[in-house]
Every structure is written in C-alpha cells, then in structure tokens.
Design a protein around this ligand. Structure first.
Ligand code: AMP
Length: 273
C-alpha cells in the first residue's frame, strides 16, 4: 500500500474506486472499502479532515485522528493507495477559493443545522474527484443528506464518477458506527441507543400501515426524550424537502445530541406495505 500526501503523487497512479473519509476508521468505513475492493481494480482511500465542512465552534480541533491505526486497517483490507494530504495541500490559498454550492438540498437537514457544511463537503469531494479521478466513489447511507447533496452535484456538474451507496453498519444495540461515538461516556452511549430505537419504531409504524409523517415523527420524538433533538424529519430522499406522507418513498432522518456529541442516523423507506 502506497501512502501519498501530495496531489502530484496521487495524480501519477490510476484509481478505479475511491472512498473519501476523514479517518478514525471503523467497520462502517471498512464496509465501503470491501465493496470497492470487490468491484474495483485499484482502490484509493482518502483521509482528510476537511476544515471547510466545519464551522466555527464545531469539533474540527478535537476530531479524532488515528492515522497509523487507520493505515494498518487499510493495509489489511488490501487497499492500494491512501491519499492523506495536509490542509494546505488541498487549500493552498486558505479556505476561500472556489466553492461548490448545491442550493436547496445543501441547506436542508444538516445543511440547515450546520450552515456551510455541505458547501464544504461538496467542494472537497469535487476536488478529490478531480485529483483522484475515480470511476466509482463509495459513500455510506448513514450520511443520507450528504448522499443527496453529492448526487445532485455529480448530476449538475456532469462529473464522470459514479456514486455507490453502502448500507449503514451498526453496533450490537443498533447505534450507527461513527468516528464520534468514541466521545460518548457510558451514560451518553446508553442514551444514544434511543436513535436507532426511534427509527425502528418508525419502521414498525410504517410496516403496519401508518403513512402520516407527523404520526411517525411524534412516535420518534417519544423515544428520543432523553436526548436533545436537532431534527427528526420525514423528507424526500433526493430533494430533502419535508413530505407529509411516508408513502411511497421517504427518508426518515434524525440528528440528536448525546451530551456534547452530535449524532445522525436515518431510515430509507422504499416500499411500505
Ligand atoms: P467520515 O469519515 O465520517 O467522513 O465517513 C466517510 C464515509 O464513511 C462516508 O461516506 C460515510 O457515510 C461512511 N460511513 C461512516 N459511518 C458509516 C457507517 N456506520 N456505516 C456505513 N458507512 C459509514
């Protein structure tokens, strides 16, 4: 496995599949690596804690960085290349260069709670696509709003990469794996399990015929009483606009704080009975 820190080194190799990450890797990331490994000739994982997707007061400085351990995991998965640039390699003029904005979609869900977040995400992913030039790029369904933003970006800018979306990997109690879970103390970790419980409650309602988004939302909010809820919404999976009915397709998305840690999760309803 070769590790590159500069754009010019990265440009000298051909990548078939790219997995963009911010490091602090866990089984969720590795599921994307395995999907890429199965479908691609050469696999690149980027590790870059992208400053432009954090706003002032967010956890950029304390975001976990475990580079050596990450490389060990990636080596064991048979990854070909790791691209781990510095912030100044990606943003030589500081953060204020050309930005990629996905209007509307980029301002909903996390884009509403974290203004500028998806502009930072879209900008860095566009840059990574231009640097690495993958045929396929792998993302997790856990970040469903990010997927909607990036799908729109790829469509609108006619980017040649094809997006592949992989299912959310969860802990035994259902909590979605996240690099931020390590910040949870024991009580917060227990409380956080209400998020997947709320989504399961939503799934059960939909499966027994409930269609009204508000009924689903209220049931989820009951499960989430111990957490500070940022949003619990039922939206269209592509536009992220609120929908009144879960049927026939909807994204049920939650963001909630367990102590100081903001967690997100979602459930995609495709074919309710
Ligand atoms: P991050 O390092 O948090 O930016 O995540 C990098 C990629 O891994 C994103 O496409 C995420 O959606 C994906 N990812 C993170 N957690 C999970 C998970 N629990 N299951 C599946 N994919 C995940």
């Amino acid at each position: 496995m070769q590790i590159f820190t500069t754009i010019s080194e990265m440009r000298q190799v051909r990548t078939d599949g790219l997995i963009p990450t911010m490091g602090a890797l866990h089984e969720g990331h590795l599921s994307l690596v395995r999907a890429a490994r199965a479908a691609c000739e050469t696999v690149t994982v980027s590790i870059f804690v992208n400053p432009t997707q954090f706003s002032a007061g967010e956890d950029l400085a304390k975001y976990p960085r475990t580079f050596e351990a990450d490389c060990e995991l990636l080596r064991a998965e048979g990854v070909d290349f790791v691209f781990a640039p510095s912030a100044s390699e990606i943003y030589p003029a500081g953060a204020a260069g050309t930005l990629v904005e996905v209007p509307g979609i980029g301002q909903r869900l996390d884009g509403a709670s974290r203004p500028g977040h998806f502009r930072g995400v879209a900008t860095v992913v566009a840059k990574l696509f231009n640097i690495v030039q993958p045929r396929l790029a792998y993302f997790g369904q856990k970040d469903a709003a990010q997927v909607a933003v990036l799908r729109a970006m790829v469509r609108d800018l006619n980017l040649p990469a094809e997006l592949r979306v992989c299912p959310t990997v969860r802990d035994t109690d259902g909590l979605a794996l996240s690099s931020r879970n390590r910040f949870l103390n024991a009580a917060e970790r227990r409380a956080a399990a209400a998020i997947p419980r709320a989504l399961e409650r939503a799934r059960a309602l939909v499966e027994t015929g409930t269609c009204a988004s508000e009924t689903v939302r209220q049931a989820m909010l009951w499960e989430l009483v111990a957490l500070k809820v940022d949003y619990a919404q039922v939206v269209h999976p592509e536009t992220l606009e609120p929908v009144n009915n879960v049927c026939p397709r909807a994204l049920i998305a939650i963001a909630a704080w367990a102590g100081e840690t903001r967690l997100i999760d979602n459930l995609l309803i495709e074919k309710p009975r």
